[in-house]
Ligand binder design. Structure first.
Ligand code: M6P
Ligand code: ZN
Length: 193
């Protein structure tokens, strides 16, 4: 195993930044084309200003068993049609690697899906820990009016499998329904991305 020195990481809750961060990922709507249910609303928003949906601030460690990645995510508030802004979502490339999210600011949900397509969701708000068990795909959704900021910790060898999600999507989406966030099952054929 590679040696890594003990260190402090500081989360600035106001900005959601992790310091130090060795990688910062910025995802705009155009980086997630085809992921929202309402394709016309998605295209119109990309055309208008292609806004930033979320940023990830990560402290990189060797991608090895025994190491832990630490990162924060700042997910902007907003909607594409009735669907709240969300992360792309992924399985871990090494499927049986779990993950923990800790809510720092704002409100949202983590949508979890088994490999046979069963979806559920757990809450994310300040103080809430969301446990992502091994083998579950996971995606975060901002259901509030301000930024959603959370800390994530996951194994160094987990990796990200985005391709499975790009291919078949999640079988449920969080939509605003009668003014409240609601986990809505999608038809098995079509529109699942
Ligand atoms: C969390 C962690 C990261 C992930 C990020 C954004 O911070 O799970 O590993 O990168 O959310 O999610 P995604 O990679 O699915 O876009
Ligand atoms: Zn993950």
């Amino acid at each position: 195993m590679s040696a890594i020195q003990p260190l402090n990481l500081i989360v600035d809750i106001a900005s959601g930044r992790l310091e130090p961060a060795t990688t910062v990922v910025t995802r705009r709507l155009s980086d997630m084309r085809g992921m929202y249910a309402d394709a016309a609303a998605e295209a119109a928003l990309i055309e208008r200003d292609d806004s930033v949906v979320y940023k990830v601030f990560q402290y990189d460690v060797p991608e090895e068993t025994g190491q832990l990645f630490v990162c924060t995510t700042v997910l902007e508030p907003g909607r594409v049609g009735d669907e709240y802004f969300m992360t792309k979502g992924h399985y871990h490339r090494v499927r049986d690697r779990a993950e923990v999210y800790y809510g720092l600011r704002g409100e949202g949900q983590v949508v979890l899906m088994t490999e046979d397509g069963r979806c559920s969701s757990v809450e994310l708000r300040p103080g809430a820990v969301a446990y992502v068990p091994p083998c579950y795909a996971h995606r975060t959704v901002n259901t509030g009016t301000g930024e959603l900021v959370f800390l994530a910790v996951y194994p160094g060898d987990a990796g990200h499998d985005y391709e499975s999600i790009e291919r078949s999507g999640f079988s449920a989406r969080v939509l605003e329904y009668n003014g409240s966030p609601t986990l809505v099952e999608q038809e098995p054929s079509g529109g699942s991305r």
